[in-house]
Design a protein around this ligand. Structure first.
Ligand SMILES: Nc1ccn([C@@H]2O[C@H](COP(=O)(O)OP(=O)(O)OP(=O)(O)O)[C@@H](O)[C@H]2O)c(=O)n1
Ligand SMILES: C[C@](O)(CO)[C@H](O)COP(=O)(O)O
Length: 250
């Protein structure tokens, strides 16, 4: 990329998950946080950060509520149906992006409080020439690798080993990529079998496996992912507190 050319960036927000672990019986992106759906918070953060020329939101197939949330915030937002896995949902968005984009940020609607600064760090790394960049935090717990139990559910698991904590990072979104690099990696993943496909938990994995260098920038504790009911309680407390992102006022 020459220094004169400003990157044209698309932001994909994946919001097509079912929210099984949250257990509200509705798509997770519809769950209410401070009187608004998670998707509305996530989109407000994306738009406040001004890191892209367009936003594409991936919604559950047949959804009308999340489409209405998008239209109510910015009628220019593109919406597309999701797939059965997160990776399929990202692939569906990659397929509908208009011509002329250079790079893409992929963000989880399930991270409603991601501060603008995190978007900027990712975008800045792309501007500096990175093909792949992800926000991350140092891990605070000691992590153990478990040995698969001989009789799952009967015999207790045993510890296999303890990775060095200094080397571990908990990664977040938005994850930023050169668009052609991410598209090639997703196309290769369409050949995966079901077990391989189920094991793809983020986009960076797909480009890593192709030998692309993935750079890390600092994430944020505010950027927690809403997965369980406890996460939603924590997010409510964060939203009320002094550390809430500036854009939560609307
Ligand atoms: N088929 C899917 C699965 C997930 N996602 C999105 O990917 C992000 C991270 O996924 P996760 O937190 O696992 O959400 P769910 O799949 O909804 O959660 P669960 O596994 O508890 O059902 C979320 O913003 C979710 O909406 C998606 O767009 N399409
Ligand atoms: C992409 C991600 O949010 C990075 O932390 C995470 O891997 C998504 O995982 P999930 O199991 O789909 O929630």
């Amino acid at each position: 990329m020459d220094a004169q050319h400003e990157l044209r960036v698309a932001v994909i927000v994946v919001a097509a998950g079912s929210g099984e672990r949250l257990g509200q019986g509705q798509p997770k992106a519809q769950a209410t946080l401070g009187a608004e759906p998670l998707l509305a918070h996530a989109l407000r953060g994306v738009l406040a950060a001004r890191v892209g020329q367009l936003v594409c939101v991936v919604v559950p197939r047949g959804d009308t509520e999340l489409r209405a949330v998008c239209a109510g915030i910015d009628p220019e937002i593109i919406t597309v149906d999701g797939g059965s896995t997160r990776s399929d949902s990202v692939g569906n968005a990659l397929a509908v992006l208009p011509e002329g984009m250079d790079a893409v940020l992929v963000h989880d609607a399930a991270r409603p409080l991601t501060p603008e600064e995190v978007f900027h760090r990712v975008r800045n790394a792309l501007d500096a020439g990175a093909k792949a960049v992800i926000p991350a935090l140092a891990v605070v717990d000691t992590i153990k690798r478990a040995q698969p139990a001989a009789d799952p559910g009967i015999a207790p698991e045993q510890v296999h080993s303890t990775p060095q904590r200094e080397e571990l990072r908990a990664v977040q979104t938005p994850q930023g990529f050169d668009l052609a690099t991410l598209r090639t990696a997703h196309e290769a993943a369409t050949m995966f079998d079901d077990a391989q496909a189920a094991a793809i938990t983020d986009d960076a994995m797909l480009v890593e496996s192709r030998g692309v260098s993935v750079f890390l920038v600092r994430g944020s504790e505010l950027s927690l992912k809403i997965t369980t009911p406890t996460d939603l309680l924590i997010a409510e407390a964060l939203l009320e507190g002094p550390a809430a992102p500036r854009w939560v006022e609307g």
